[in-house]
Design a binder for this molecule. Structure first.
Ligand SMILES: [Zn+2]
Length: 89
């Protein structure tokens, strides 16, 4: 599995409105900060520094609650990311 651990039977399928990335995440919510174009909050940030603006661009498309379905999506999405069979040369 590429996005979620083996045996995951519940996760969210997200699509980012900003960069178009699609991914699976164990966190389930209406929207997440995109792992590709967004930034996770930096807890080390000093009080004088500006807080980075976090946009939750990745919207929940679908909730997946079936292990086989999740495996299928995970495979398809990771193939799209890595280029799949088109990169065999
Ligand atoms: Zn994005």
């Amino acid at each position: 599995m590429y996005y979620v651990p083996d045996g995951t039977d519940r996760c969210g399928y997200y699509e980012c409105e900003e960069c178009g990335s699609r991914f699976l995440d164990l966190r389930i919510g209406p929207a997440l900060v995109c792992p590709y174009c967004g930034e996770e909050p930096d807890m080390e940030i000093g009080p004088d520094e500006k807080m980075p603006v976090l946009k939750e661009n990745a919207k929940l498309v679908q909730m997946l609650t079936d292990e086989e379905e999740i495996e299928k999506y995970d495979k398809l999405l990771s193939l799209a990311v890595t280029g799949g069979d088109y990169n065999w040369i």
